[in-house]
Design a protein around this ligand. Structure first.
Ligand SMILES: *Cc1c(COP(=O)(O)O)cnc(C)c1O
Length: 217
């Protein structure tokens, strides 16, 4: 099946980039996939998944977590502050920390809960107006502000513009991470995860290459 192929390609890309074996976590992006497909991949041993909507994740993961042990689910889509509490119940990591208001609310919740998911700051490297994320010029300040709020950051995340060479964006993300002493890099999807690994990705988010095309409706 496709999962083992993709996992093998991840390992091969680690090797080609002279990165340690297992340096890259493969996140299987299960958004919009029928539960039967997700279950197949769970039976094949995959335990790390990505979802882009809080509501959709709430409808499937609590049950899968009861059936399968050690499941981890990462939020890779936008997070509204009114869904924050629910998100903290559901997710082990949030890849889309992208604005001061969210950081402030998150810091408050983390204080009361005494636990924090893994956090990635989303960077809008393409400076696309319709896209979420902190623009590169404001990244250092935002990262410093998160740290001042005692939010432990795992790294940075990017979704490159569709019509541009992804490598430039992977390189820019890696550069911003390095100057801020962050080593987590969430970048690379079905079409370009090997390239992202060459640029230092620690988390690749792969959907259609594992599950097949997303079925809508
Ligand atoms: C859907 C999605 C992916 C996976 O995309 P594929 O091209 O299917 O691999 C990765 N990252 C984010 C943020 C997504 O929303």
């Amino acid at each position: 099946m496709a999962l083992s192929d993709i996992a093998a390609r991840v390992r091969q890309a680690e090797k080609s980039a002279e990165r340690p074996l297992g340096a890259v976590s493969l996140i299987a992006v299960s958004k919009v996939q029928p539960n039967a497909r997700v279950e197949t991949v769970l039976h094949e041993g995959q335990r790390l998944f990505g979802e882009n909507r809080v509501q959709e994740a709430a409808g499937k993961w609590p049950e899968f977590r009861q059936q399968f042990s050690d499941v981890q689910v990462h939020l890779i889509g936008p997070l509204q502050t009114n869904k924050l509490r629910q998100a903290l119940e559901l997710f082990d990591a949030i890849h889309t920390l992208d604005r001061p208001k969210l950081a402030q609310k998150l810091a408050g919740e983390v204080q009361t809960r005494g636990a924090c998911p893994e956090l990635f700051v989303q960077i809008n490297t393409g400076e696309e107006p319709q896209k979420a994320g902190v623009i590169p010029a404001e990244a250092d300040q935002f990262i410093a502000d998160c740290r001042a709020l005692d939010l432990p950051l795992r790294g940075l995340m990017v979704i490159p513009p569709v019509d541009e060479e992804a490598s430039l964006h992977f390189a820019l993300l890696a550069k911003i991470a390095k100057r801020n002493d962050l080593d987590g890099l969430s970048m690379g999807m079905s079409a370009d995860f090997e390239k992202a690994i060459a640029f230092g990705a620690t988390h690749v988010r792969v959907g259609s290459a594992i599950f097949g095309a997303r079925v809508s409706g």
